[in-house]
Design a protein around this ligand. Structure first.
Ligand SMILES: *Cc1c(COP(=O)(O)O)cnc(C)c1O
Length: 288
C-alpha cells in the first residue's frame, strides 16, 4: 500500500482526498515543493523547507507546521513507502472555504498534502544531453514564488513535448529567463552565466548548489540577464532542477549548441553534483 500525508496524518494514498472547494483546486491558491530522494534520504531538504516557508509568507499563508515537524513527517512518509530513488511532492494550499476570490474572512486552515513517487535519475539523458525549444515567457511577475499556478509553464512544456523536446526555454523579449520547470545556464569562454534570482525566475535549489560548486571549483560565474543571441552563441548550455540535476542542452530550436555534444564545463559540474549527492545521501549505484 502507498501512503500519503493529508494535514499531518498518514493515510492510505487512495483515502487521502481533498474537498472540491479547496482553494488550491479552484484558484491555484497555494505553493509546492519537489524534493529528491536518493538512497532513501531527502537531498537538500532544509533548503526546500526554507523556500517553502518563503513562498508561504509571500502569499500570506501561515505555515501550518514547523520545518522540524515537516522533516519528521516527510521522513516517515519516505520510510513507510520504502522509497529509495524518487521524489517527495508536497503542497500547501490556503485551505477549504466557500468560493470567493478574497481570503476567507473567518480564517481558514491551510491544507498540506504530500506523497512520494519512484523516479530514476535520467542517466541516459544526463549522458547524451537533451533538445529544447524557445518560447515567449508569458508568466506573471512573481515567478520567485513556487506557486501552484502553473498554466503558462504547462503550455510551455507541452509545446516542448509537441516538438519532441525535453524543455522549453522561456524569454521575455530578447532576455532569457528560465525553463518551464528548470533554470538555464550558458557557458561562454569558461564563464558560467545565469539569470539573477529576482522576481522573474524561480530560485532553484539545484541552481544554488551549482553556483556554490562553481565557487569551490574556481569557475567564474556571472549572475546577470543574458540575451537570446548569447544563448545561441554559447559554448555550452545546460539546465538544472531537482529531478534533472545538471542536464546538458545540445539543441535549441533546431540548432545544435556548438558541436552538439555536452561540453567539458557541464561535465565537470555534473561530476561535482554527483559528489554532493554522495556526501548527503551516500554512494550512488550508478553514475553518469
Ligand atoms: C522548481 C522550479 C525550478 C527548479 O528548482 P529546483 O529547486 O532546482 O528544483 C526552476 N524553475 C521553475 C519555474 C520551477 O518551478
Amino acid at each position: 500500500m502507498a501512503y500519503a500525508i493529508l494535514n499531518g496524518k498518514m493515510l492510505d494514498r487512495a483515502e487521502a482526498k481533498v474537498d472540491m472547494e479547496d482553494r488550491g483546486y479552484q484558484f491555484g491558491d497555494g505553493v509546492y515543493e519537489v524534493i529528491r530522494v536518493y538512497n532513501g534520504k531527502l537531498f537538500t531538504l532544509d533548503e526546500h523547507l526554507e523556500r517553502l516557508e518563503r513562498s508561504l509568507t509571500n502569499i500570506s499563508i501561515k505555515p501550518p507546521f514547523t520545518n522540524q515537524e515537516l522533516t519528521e513527517m516527510l521522513y516517515q512518509l519516505v520510510e513507510k513507502n520504502n522509497l529509495e530513488t524518487g521524489i517527495v511532492y508536497m503542497q500547501i494550499t490556503r485551505g477549504v472555504a466557500p468560493r470567493n476570490h478574497a481570503f476567507p474572512s473567518g480564517g481558514v486552515t491551510p491544507c498540506l498534502t504530500a506523497y512520494t513517487k519512484e523516479l530514476a535519475r535520467p542517466l541516459a539523458q544526463l549522458k547524451s544531453g537533451v533538445k529544447t525549444i524557445l518560447t515567449e515567457d508569458i508568466r506573471w511577475l512573481r515567478c520567485d514564488i513556487k506557486s501552484l499556478n502553473l498554466l503558462a509553464n504547462v503550455l510551455a512544456k507541452q509545446k516542448a513535448a509537441d516538438n519532441n523536446c525535453y524543455e522549453a526555454i522561456q524569454h521575455r523579449g530578447h532576455e532569457v529567463t528560465e525553463g518551464s520547470s528548470s533554470n538555464v545556464f550558458i557557458i561562454k569562454n569558461g564563464v558560467v552565466i545565469t539569470h539573477p534570482s529576482d522576481q522573474l525566475i524561480l530560485k532553484g535549489i539545484t541552481k544554488d548548489v551549482i553556483l556554490k560548486q562553481c565557487e569551490s571549483l574556481q569557475i567564474p560565474v556571472e549572475e546577470r540577464v543574458f540575451s537570446l543571441d548569447e544563448l545561441s552563441g554559447a559554448d555550452e548550455v545546460f539546465l538544472s532542477s531537482t529531478t534533472s540535476e545538471v542536464m546538458p542542452i545540445i539543441e535549441i530550436a533546431g540548432n545544435s549548441v556548438k558541436d552538439g555534444n555536452p561540453g567539458p564545463v557541464t561535465r565537470k559540474l555534473q561530476e561535482a553534483f554527483e559528489q554532493e549527492i554522495v556526501e548527503q545521501c551516500g554512494e550512488l549505484k550508478q553514475s553518469i
